[in-house]
Write a protein that binds this ligand. Structure first.
Ligand code: KG4
Ligand code: ZN
Length: 335
């Protein structure tokens, strides 16, 4: 089944064509127009600029996605689009564009939750992966542990109470003078530092929950930097990156270990921009090996926002009958 998919929840405009079903989980095209170079100037995503940039990019990107896939509109069986959560103005660009294409061509319209989409990136990479499993989604806007009972049956069992994991990476990176978004650069610099140089607190401190809180950890890094600053000492940037990364990875390993105890799952699936972090991938490989569970991670190219993941989840939403009318709305918060 050929699906045309759109994603515009944050700072990447994305359009993809995927072929799902009948034993197939294939990406025919997956075009992403990143706005990072624009938002970098402001040190973070500016919502109004994001909406305008999506509007400028989406038509051309759709033409490119069709050209690369070798497929044309009549072959498409459904149009999938991210409609929550995300920046409302940004989401509305994709939702309205998808609505127009679906209505003009008489195709079903399938709304897709962005977090479910991130999880589904793994179906494209691991052809044998099926629910149930325990999933961890960590990106610039979300940090959730999910008991995935079926393709469209999700139960969130842990989440962040403040900053998202990616947001914490980006904020610490900014303190260390790195450009937005700093996650990937911190990943590289952490390899040159000593993870035991500074002891930063855990982000998994709440007892009896699977929740995270990254704000205390972020404040500890700020205080550490201010202390060094006041003493006129140079900033050991690599050591701070390595020590912060160790605290983040340790917190995630702790929570996912507890989550696996709770769900009894034999499969752990990770997704989202932060799942590209090499230190986290290594730490979770060790956890999975120790516990004897299968670990599923997207290839680096499918960790961040893209349209193919929305198409993959859109297929399962379509099978479940989760289609929408042209009255479909977008929602900034999780639904
Ligand atoms: O999933 P994504 O592309 O967009 C959202 O849905 O937010 O995730 C972007 C986030 C950013 O915060 C970025 O710094 C982080 O993922 N990120 C990383 C790495 N690559 C991207 N964080 C840590 N290590 C990385 N290698
Ligand atoms: Zn995302």
């Amino acid at each position: 089944m050929l699906i045309l998919a759109f994603e515009s929840s944050c700072d990447e405009t994305a359009c993809a064509v995927v072929d799902m079903g009948g034993g197939k989980r294939e990406i025919l095209s997956n075009k992403v127009a990143s706005q990072i170079s624009i938002h970098k100037l402001y040190g973070g995503v500016v919502p109004e600029i994001a909406s305008r940039a999506h509007t400028e990019a989406i038509s051309g990107l759709t033409r490119e996605a069709f050209a690369e896939s070798g497929v044309s509109m009549p072959d498409i069986e459904a149009v999938a689009v991210t409609n929550a959560p995300g920046l409302i103005g940004a989401l509305l660009v994709g939702v309205n564009f998808a609505k127009g294409i679906a209505a003009a061509n008489g195709k079903p319209l399938v709304p897709v939750n962005h977090i479910r989409g991130h999880v589904a990136a793994n179906y494209l990479a691991h052809k044998d992966l099926e629910p149930p499993f325990t999933a961890f989604v960590a990106s610039g806007g979300h940090t959730s542990i999910i008991n995935v009972k079926g393709y469209t049956d999700f139960e969130t069992i842990g989440a962040t109470r403040d900053d998202a994991a990616g947001e914490a990476f980006d904020k610490v990176a900014r303190l260390l003078g790195m450009p937005y978004p700093g996650g990937a650069e911190m990943d590289a610099l952490a390899k040159e530092g000593d993870p035991d140089a500074v002891h930063f607190p855990s982000a998994a401190g709440f007892p009896d929950t699977l929740d995270f809180s990254f704000s205390g950890l972020k404040t500890a890094v700020i205080n550490h930097i201010h202390n060094l600053d006041q003493k006129g000492e140079p900033l050991p940037r690599a050591d701070i990156c390595a020590s912060f990364t160790k605290a983040v990875c340790g917190s995630i390993v702790k929570r996912l270990s507890e989550a696996l105890d709770l769900t009894g799952s034999d499969k752990l699936v990770i997704a989202g921009g932060v799942s590209a972090n090499s230190h986290l991938r290594l730490a979770l490989s060790e956890l999975a090996e120790k516990r004897g569970v299968g670990l599923y991670m997207p290839p680096l190219g499918l960790c961040g926002d893209n349209g193919a993941m929305i198409g993959a989840q859109g297929y399962y939403e379509y099978l479940a009958g989760n289609t929408a009318s042209s009255g479909l709305n977008a929602y900034a918060t999780k639904r």
